[in-house]
Design a protein around this ligand. Sequence first.
Ligand code: FAD
Length: 302
Amino acid sequence: MRIEEAVPLARHTTLGTGGPARYFARPASTSELEAALRFAAERELDVSVIGLGSNLLVADEGVEALVLRLTGELAGVETRDTLLVSGGGATNAVCLHRARDAGLGGFEFACAIPGTTGGGVRMNAGAYGSDWASVLERALVATAEGSGWLTPAELGLAYRRSSLAAGQVVALAEHRLRERPREEIRATIAELQARRKAAQPTNRRTFGSVFKNPEHELTAGRLLEACGLKGFRRGGAQISPKHANFIENAGGARTSEALWLMDEARRRAREAFGVVLEHEVQLLGPIALASLAPDHPRREET
Ligand SMILES: Cc1cc2nc3c(=O)[nH]c(=O)nc-3n(C[C@H](O)[C@H](O)[C@H](O)COP(=O)(O)OP(=O)(O)OC[C@H]3O[C@@H](n4cnc5c(N)ncnc54)[C@H](O)[C@@H]3O)c2cc1C
């Protein structure tokens, strides 16, 4: 396994923004993953994993860490009876395909989530009333100190979150599915994808929902729409004209511009509705939202 230096991360994220990783490696087996984790531990480097980068904002300045992308065995998928076993780097699309071919249902909710098994577990990703917690049996988590299996309870899966910290890498996961006729699975997927296409931007560079839905009668998207933010733009980043809880790269966007829009959206939602929005997207590198700091000054709109 080669450990590369100064690898641009923009092409590893669906938004297409962000600077380089100090170190980058693509471990293809558990032993390579453990070697990469030891490399980082010896140099006291932080470790981050990138799946499909579909829920990730990477700092424009880059990331002073070892960034891993799981490949090979660590991106494999197989079924055993009603278990779907996938490597942390396996894409949801391949998992869904394998489950359907094996006549296993329960994973259809992931048909519109463009990520990997590791990202799904880490984020407890979900849609249409289901999420990873509802199908995950256990996950093999690797750290510099060794690997071990964790149950959903031990992973702390809750609404779009887990207790996994940076440096804890999901290497493998077992999902418990149930027998279901292939035609039914196909029909459910087609229906969910049609619903998604009608409601959210597709064929656009985004990173999924920006904010978690708050405890409020309106969703985050509806709140931001009511704040007049649909189509609001900063540089190359734009709040989707179709769904206000998405930020698109409308051309040459920078991470700092997406962050500016997020700050502005949080400020407006707080002023108009008294709602404090919590971001769902993960931040990688030396970035923080100004609006998370107490009494941050109002910034000039340009
Ligand atoms: C168009 C679009 C639609 C979306 N719709 C949904 C939706 O309906 N529901 C939903 O929940 N999300 C949705 N998302 C967000 C995103 O797809 C999910 O959060 C997804 O699970 C992220 O997976 P990923 O592999 O891309 O992770 P990344 O974005 O690469 O990473 C996300 C986080 O997971 C961590 N991570 C990744 N791999 C591992 C690993 N192997 N071990 C440990 N940590 C890891 C990363 O370090 C980071 O903290 C959408 C995104 C887009 C672009």
